[in-house]
Write a protein that binds this ligand. Structure first.
Ligand code: NAP
Length: 629
């Protein structure tokens, strides 16, 4: 997009040392306008006088100001002039036949002297004082304090003049916000960024602005300038922690926005909170999208996977941005999409993370099985071999890398504390599974395994009482791979079922094959398995009865059984592999033992039960202790 309102003539004015040239040049570069320094147009007579230290009189300045005015009139699309323009009469001459935007760089004597000292620019305080005495500050100019950093001053000028309008505003210059802003800039968009002005974090915004091309980015630590710098409808992406921070930011931001603007929450928010915020903003006619973003720091920079939830109207306003920034499938289709209304995007991101928990736990369990038998180098080689085939995944590749990382001759992994915490999405996806009655046991077990890792003290006590493991025949690597692949398949099917059931409950009409497509590249759980599942699901509806899944069942289950037996004999805890087996084992059992559960519930609480020899809409109760009949 071309900058708007390019036909602008801007004069940056102020006394010596206020930074007119620095600010003027930067402003001109950002606005793609020519820059001129007024001092370069003094006639030789003036230059000679200045060299001799003779002060210039008004009569000396008229021809110079006349030249400057004519020069500015020649600018075809406007330009930026740095000129002291201290007196009103000078400014009137400069403005002849022109409509000038005056920017006055304002600062106290003390600040001006400090700045000059910092730049090794000597000026006698008396001379500066005489300039300040001569100065007639214009009431019509945009006053900008010189106490801020130059890049912030320029952002403020542009926002207040409304000269450059950004395509996207990003709030939060943390790990993700910074990378997404760079990503958008790399795709050619103009971006405004906001980071709060916490004194402890004061370096964040200037540091970021130093890292990016200045022509297309504006940085703010105040809301009004940030909001005014955005083209309308405004498109704002929040990349801040989920929870109260989002509500606090929305409370400040909402009154500054206009109907039709779009706010996106790109953080890991709970979908119920997204639903609430969406309704609240709808009452102000502001669109709200919950956008799950996955890919970590690198993905956010190079192309993340983006799972949007909200209205089609809102998505259409931002689709060009999200889809340009997102990872691309091999056929160049972007891994960003509107996956459903209201909280669907954030719910799908939550389940994505639940699956991610399961995937990571399976890798940790493989490590637990292998580390006593083979070296880290061999584990890496084994995983790299697997990575060449069907088991390829972003996480497996990353795991192989970890087994190579050394520090001072020893493995860094051995120095990492063996306690993993869990919060947010892992717990939320498990709660959703329990509430919806979906047996997504692997994400739950993965969360619980992390909780258990925290019991360090008890682990030390109990480990001493552990029986000596029996020596067993080693499992063949192919069997272990089959077990791993089957467990991963169960993990993914569990997560997908959770999305399916939630979608039915909420009337979201989520298409699982589209979810898998968005997950196929860019996100943390991207893998060959996700791509295969996507192909399968675009043709079939039923998850657990897909021919492709059923064909793998006998061998997968047998391998899983062998891996578990091996693990048990070695006394290796395998919660996620076990959960995969339990789920598969449960589904391969025609007569489940749940009849005993029903009988017990009826026996102690008269909860009634259904009978296999009677219609299922009838309930029965029995006196289980009366054995007379
Ligand atoms: P981060 O590095 O901790 O950055 C958080 C940003 O939010 C910082 O700029 C911080 O400002 C700002 N912030 C914190 N509290 C705020 C408040 N009350 N008001 C205004 N701004 C506030 O976090 P991140 O990793 O970028 O994550 C951002 C969101 O993306 C989170 O919801 C996270 O769960 C999600 N996410 C992260 C990843 C990842 O790999 N990191 C991946 C996907 C999604 P200060 O600098 O002033 O503290």
């Amino acid at each position: 997009m071309e900058p708007q309102n390019r036909h602008r003539t801007i004069v940056v004015m102020g006394v010596s040392g206020s930074g007119k040239t620095t600010i003027g040049k930067r402003l001109a570069a950002l606005l793609e306008l020519p820059f001129e320094d007024a001092d370069a147009y003094h006639p030789p007579a003036n230059i000679a006088k200045m060299k001799n230290g003779t002060p210039l009189m008004d009569e000396d300045r008229w021809p110079w100001l006349e030249t400057l005015n004519q020069r500015m009139q020649q600018w075809e699309q406007g330009g930026v002039l740095a000129c002291s323009a201290l007196k009103e009469s000078y400014r009137q001459l400069l403005s002849k036949n022109l409509s000038i935007h005056w920017v006055y760089l304002e600062g106290s004597m003390e600040t001006l002297l400090q700045r000059m000292e910092a730049r090794d620019h000597f000026m006698k305080p008396e001379m500066l004082q005489s300039q300040l005495d001569t100065l007639e500050p214009p009431s019509y100019a945009l006053n900008v304090s010189i106490s801020n950093r130059p890049e912030q001053m320029v952002s403020e000028i542009i926002a207040k003049l409304g000269t450059m309008q950004s395509d996207l505003g990003i709030v939060g210059m943390g790990v993700m916000g910074r990378s997404l802003a760079k990503n958008a800039l790399n795709k050619g968009f103009k971006v405004s960024v906001y980071n709060r002005s916490d004194p402890k974090e004061a370096h964040i915004l200037p540091n970021f602005l130093k890292e990016v091309p200045p022509e297309r980015v504006l940085g703010f630590d105040e809301w009004e300038g940030f909001v005014n710098s955005l083209s309308q409808p405004r498109r704002i992406l929040l990349m801040i922690p989920a929870g109260t921070a989002i509500d606090a930011v929305l409370e400040t931001l909402t009154p500054l926005l206009a109907p039709g603007d779009v706010v996106m929450d790109g953080g890991n928010s709970h979908y119920r909170e997204t639903q609430r915020r969406m309704q609240n903003l709808a009452s102000h006619s502001i669109d709200y999208l919950g956008v799950g973003v996955s890919g970590g720091e690198e993905g956010a920079l190079k192309g993340p996977s983006m799972m949007a939830g909200g209205s089609e109207t809102a998505y259409k306003k931002v689709s060009h941005l999200l889809e340009a920034m997102a990872a691309k499938e091999p056929n160049a289709k972007p891994c960003a999409a509107l996956l459903g209304p209201d909280g669907a995007g954030h719910f799908i991101k939550t389940v994505h993370n639940g699956i991610e928990y399961g995937e990571m736990q399976l890798l940790a369990e493989l490590y637990a099985l292998l580390r006593g038998l083979i070296s880290y180098e061999d584990i890496r080689t084994l995983f790299q071999q697997w990575q060449e085939g069907e088991a390829q995944s972003f996480l497996l590749g990353l795991t192989a890398e970890i087994f190579s990382k050394k520090e001072g001759g020893s493995y860094v992994l051995d120095k990492v504390l063996d306690v993993a915490s869990s919060k947010g999405t892992g717990v939320w996806s498990s709660i959703a599974a329990l509430e919806s009655g979906v047996p997504a046991s692997m994400m739950v077990e993965a969360v619980l395994a992390r909780h258990l890792s925290g019991a360090q003290g008890t682990r030390e006590v109990w480990a001493k009482l552990r029986p000596v493991p029996k020596t067993v025949k080693q499992i063949a690597p192919e069997t272990l791979l089959k077990a791993y692949q089957w467990a991963r398949l169960v993990n993914h099917l569990q997560g997908l079922e959770l999305i399916q059931i939630q979608s039915q409950k909420e009337n979201w009409n989520v298409q699982l094959s589209e979810v898998l497509r968005v997950w196929s590249v860019g996100c943390i759980i991207q893998s060959k398995l996700v791509q295969q599942l996507q192909q399968q699901l675009s043709q079939h509806a039923s998850l657990w009865e897909l021919e492709w899944v059923l064909a793998q069942l006998p061998e997968g289950l047998e391998a899983l059984q062998e891996a578990l037996q091996w693990g048990l004999t070695q006394q290796t805890a395998l919660p996620c592999f076990s959960a995969a087996w339990n789920h598969s084992g449960g589904l391969t059992t025609i007569n489940s033992p749940a009849n005993l559960i029903q009988a017990l519930r009826d026996a102690f609480g008269a909860h009634t039960y259904q009978r296999t020899d009677r219609p299922l809409d009838q309930q029965f109760t029995t006196n289980w202790k009366d054995h007379g009949a």
